[in-house]
Design a protein around this ligand. Sequence first.
Ligand SMILES: [Zn+2]
Length: 142
Amino acid sequence: MEPWSDFAWAVGVVEADGTIGPFGIAVMMKDRDVVVRVQEAFGVGNVTGPTTRDKMWRWKIANLEGMYSLVRKIMPYLSHRRLVQADRLIQRYELSKTPVPMICVQCECYFERLRRSGTQKYCTPKCRSRAFKERRNDLLVA
Ligand SMILES: [Zn+2]
């Protein structure tokens, strides 16, 4: 079988039985061989299972870079409903690459942080540890 046809087959499995969510692309089913073949065809993600309750095997990719690159490859094959899900995933990826302007709560300098770094309030780890040290000293004095 041509390698591309294995790839197209795997996209079909995702289309019919998979999940394309903002936090991962996954296929879950009782047939381990199918799930492993999906992983081999895509060359990414991990297979885990079986689950204790319903004995399901799962292939999943949750790494943002990996999901983005895979979703770009499978998009031409997807139905409208799946395309909407894929588009959401791409938007989330692009948002994670958009820097957010910030003011360091310790030294008050301007810096930019990526959205994916969540609640970062300090420009550098140095400022962060300085702030923690000062807070500890304050507690000791009080
Ligand atoms: Zn700072």
